[in-house]
Design a protein around this ligand. Structure first.
Ligand SMILES: N[C@@H](CCC(=O)N[C@@H](CS)C(=O)NCC(=O)O)C(=O)O
Length: 207
């Protein structure tokens, strides 16, 4: 499979960036990484790549793909077509899409939002965030009983999309102890070839 020159614009403590980087690593694709500070994301040059000013953005030759789950789909289709990462069949693709939607919905508004509040001082409603997180994690726990990965028998882009913000949920004060199947799934993702962790942030202090 031919490769162009791949550049990922991301932030080291962004789970959205981490999922895109994991996919590049797991496909064994060479890439350049451009770390973006919050100020970098507001520049005119970066807004040309993504008018929303968000990381991650992938540049593949002349092709620009913004949004982490769009990047996962692009990399799977472009560099690993019809592989276990994103199989072609309709049912499996739909099951994977469900997890991509959960990653951009409940995971974003739950564990990600809790971490944003605790680590980065972002505003938010702790009660709502806790409720969204508990609903998602309870659902994941039931779903993962008897399964190694989120969809089917192999790792898919669904696992990469959901990994970082679940793994780092404790940074937002969300305890993963009540979710043994979720913790076993995190270990399964961490055991995949070329896995690289996202750097930890200080755990919130208890009052
Ligand atoms: N839906 C986007 C969300 C990306 C996102 O929220 N990125 C954060 C960093 S983790 C960001 O760049 N935030 C800056 C902003 O929203 O202004 C994706 O999946 O890539």
């Amino acid at each position: 499979m031919p490769t162009s020159s791949l550049t990922l614009y991301g932030s080291p403590k962004s789970g959205h960036s981490h999922r895109a980087e994991l996919m590049l690593r797991m496909l064994g694709l060479p890439y350049a990484y451009v770390p973006m500070t919050p100020d970098d994301r507001t520049t005119e040059a970066f807004r040309k790549l993504n008018p929303l000013g968000q990381v991650p953005v992938l540049k593949d030759g002349d092709t620009i793909i913004a949004d982490s789950t769009a990047i996962l789909v692009y990399l799977a289709r472009r560099y690993a077509p019809n592989s276990h990462w994103l199989p072609d069949d309709a049912v499996t693709a739909a099951q994977i899409q469900r997890w991509l939607s959960l990653a951009s919905g409940e995971l974003y508004n739950g564990p990600n939002a809790a971490r944003l509040m605790a680590v980065f001082g972002r505003p938010g409603n702790p009660e709502t965030i806790k409720a969204v997180s508990a609903r998602l994690l309870n659902f994941m726990e039931g779903h993962l009983q008897g399964r190694k990965y989120l969809v089917g028998d192999n790792a898919t882009i669904a696992d990469l999309a959901c990994y970082a913000y679940v793994a780092h949920a404790p940074e937002g004060g969300i305890d993963l102890q009540p979710y043994p199947s979720v913790r076993a799934w995190l270990k399964a993702v961490e055991a995949l070839p070329n896995f690289k962790p996202m750097p930890a942030s200080p755990l919130p202090q208890s009052a």
